[in-house]
Structures are given as structure tokens and as C-alpha cells.
Design a protein around this ligand. Structure first.
Ligand SMILES: Nc1ncnc2c1ncn2[C@@H]1O[C@H](COP(=O)(O)OP(=O)(O)OP(=O)(O)O)[C@@H](O)[C@H]1O
Ligand SMILES: [Mg+2]
Length: 158
């Protein structure tokens, strides 16, 4: 018998609230967690990643920006975080060559902006976060776990 995967909706009223949501997620990350960030331009994907890096205890001075000249940004912390922005990849095929296994097998967590553009490359078990712009300063985050590990992270989030 299967049960429907856990899902939760969080609405934020400011950048700070989005950072705080990210921090909660960053604390809940497990080794090997892959997060698919889906939302239009300026919806808040990178700000959420900033919060996640903080919650993952990134040392002071670690700067979170979308990877532009490199394929992947890496942020140290409790777990090693890998930040990929598919929109800025010259060729999404570059990502296929990388594979997620190397990053997750080593116990890292992977955050992918514009993940819907490479959905066929994502591991089955990942946390899907959809961001909707609901106002000038408001955003709606819908979190879905597709797999037991992602579901575990969601449960920790409560
Ligand atoms: N509640 C909110 N949470 C996050 N960002 C917000 C919020 N309200 C307004 N904003 C603004 O929305 C923008 C979000 O930018 P951000 O770079 O995080 O988006 P993004 O989804 O990564 O964009 P891109 O698709 O260009 O990578 C910022 O300008 C930020 O100030
Ligand atoms: Mg971004």
C-alpha cells in the first residue's frame, strides 16, 4: 500500500522570512539530499539557497551566488553543499556528464535552481520546492518529497 507523499506549503512575507525558511531546511538536510528548486525569474530560489547554507552552518564569509562561470558552487558547513543553476549552464548536457552520484555518495547535499529543465536527470528521491510569486514581497513555497529520504527531511521540518 502506498501513502501520498508528505507535502507542505509555507508562505513568506519578506526576504528575511524566506531566509529563515531556508535555514530550517538547511538544518534538516541529510547526507545525499537533492533539492529541486522550481520557480520563475526572481521568485527567490537563490535567497532560499542562502538561507539553506546558513542553516547548514556555513562558516562566516561564505558567499552564496548563482554559479555563473563555474558549473557548481560548493559551500562548506555541516554537510558539503553543491549549488547548481541550470538556467546559467551553457548546455544542460554538461550536467548529465557530472551526474549527481559523486556529490551525494560523498554525503553532500545538492541544490538545483531551474531543476524542472533537467527533471530527467534528477534522482527519483528528491525534495521538490516550487516557488510562486504571490505579491511584491510575498512568496508561496510548496514542498513535496518524492521518495523516502526527501520525505524524512520534510518530516523533520514539520
Ligand atoms: N518573500 C520573498 N522571498 C524572497 N525574495 C523576495 C521576497 N520578496 C521579494 N523578494 C525579491 O525577489 C528577488 C528574488 O531573487 P532571487 O535571486 O532569490 O530569485 P531567483 O529565483 O534565484 O532568480 P533567478 O531565476 O534569476 O535565479 C529578490 O530581488 C528579492 O529581493
Ligand atoms: Mg537564482
Amino acid at each position: 500500500m502506498s501513502t501520498s507523499p508528505p507535502s507542505s506549503i509555507v508562505e513568506t512575507q519578506s526576504v528575511d522570512e524566506t531566509l529563515a525558511l531556508g535555514e530550517r531546511i538547511g538544518r534538516a538536510l541529510l547526507p545525499g539530499t537533492v533539492i529541486a528548486l522550481v520557480g520563475t525569474l526572481g521568485s527567490g530560489k537563490t535567497h532560499l539557497v542562502k538561507g539553506i547554507a546558513r542553516g547548514n552552518a556555513a562558516p562566516a564569509g561564505v558567499e552564496v551566488t548563482s554559479p555563473t562561470f563555474v558549473l557548481i558552487n560548493e559551500y562548506p558547513g555541516r554537510l558539503r553543499l553543491y549549488h547548481i543553476d541550470v538556467y546559467r549552464l551553457r548546455s544542460p548536457a554538461e550536467l548529465a556528464a557530472l551526474g549527481f552520484d559523486e556529490m551525494t555518495d560523498a554525503g553532500g547535499a545538492v541544490l538545483v535552481e531551474w531543476a524542472d529543465r533537467v527533471s530527467e536527470l534528477l534522482p527519483d528521491d528528491h525534495l521538490h520546492i516550487e516557488i510562486e510569486i504571490t505579491g511584491a514581497a510575498t512568496r508561496r513555497f510548496t514542498l513535496d518529497g518524492s521518495g523516502s529520504e526527501a520525505a524524512g527531511v520534510l518530516r523533520t521540518l514539520g
